[in-house]
Design a protein around this ligand. Structure first.
Ligand code: DC
Length: 227
């Protein structure tokens, strides 16, 4: 469906582990808006490339994979966890693996891949509104959106949050390893030439290091619905 330019877009950009995903879910449920999880599109591109034996540095083939993604995001109710389907296969668990995130960050460096995913992302702009979670929502994908947030937190705090999440899932990981991975991913996401991770000039930056999820949610809601 073509985008609806009347639909408001709330952009939530920031590095991995800044709380974007959680805040996006909560705020979208609260407002009754839909969600664009743009990272999932880069993750799906990486998974589809592996399925099709395309190397993660073969730019033109990867762009073709990205353009041809046959995927859907299925949820039974707003706020419920989504099932992500790729060519009829449920890839929800694989999508969230650290290795998938790392591969996504590699394919996301390539300008042709980013260009191939651009319109697909813009098509998510539909009434009553969209919460768009990513790295370049406010800078590239929805530069005219009226609500832009940049969430950040120290690398140490993000590594600790990730550690707690993975521990709860029964995964055996070390904080020091997670911290190294986060720093490497930040460097790649911020250092790339195409749409690097950075706050839009008109974004409001919130450092979530010392805040609870509820406190961040309150600040973001104030932006969309000023009292
Ligand atoms: O948000 P995430 O962890 O699912 O994103 C995975 C990778 O995809 C991230 O390291 C960089 C890339 N990405 C991007 O380049 N642009 C976006 N809008 C979203 C994600």
């Amino acid at each position: 469906m073509a985008p609806n330019s009347q639909a408001p877009v709330l952009c939530i950009d920031g590095p991995s582990g800044s709380g974007k995903g959680t805040i996006t879910q909560l705020i979208a449920t609260k407002l009754g808006w839909s969600i664009l999880d743009s990272g999932a599109l880069y993750r799906l591109t990486a998974i589809a490339a592996l399925r099709q034996n395309v190397a993660l540095d073969d730019e033109s083939s990867l762009a073709a994979v990205a353009a041809g993604l046959d995927c859907s995001f299925e949820s039974s109710k707003p706020g419920e966890p989504v099932r992500v389907m790729l060519a009829g296969e449920d890839v929800t668990s694989e999508l969230r693996l650290e290795t998938t995130g790392d591969n996504a960050s590699k394919v996301a460096v390539l300008p042709e891949v980013r260009a191939a995913l651009l319109q697909r992302q813009r098509d998510f702009q539909q009434l009553p509104g969209l919460v768009a979670d990513g790295r370049d929502m406010g800078t590239v994908v929805f530069p005219n959106s009226q609500f832009k947030i940049f969430l950040t937190a120290s690398a140490q705090a993000r590594a600790e949050r990730r550690f707690q999440q993975l521990k709860a899932q029964g995964e055996d990981v070390r904080i020091a390893t997670l911290l190294q991975e986060i720093e490497a991913r930040d460097a790649r996401d911020m250092g790339r030439k195409a749409a690097p991770l950075k706050a839009a000039d008109d974004a409001i930056t919130i450092d979530t290091t010392e805040y609870s999820i509820e406190q961040v949610l309150e600040k973001v809601l104030l932006l969309v619905n000023p009292k």
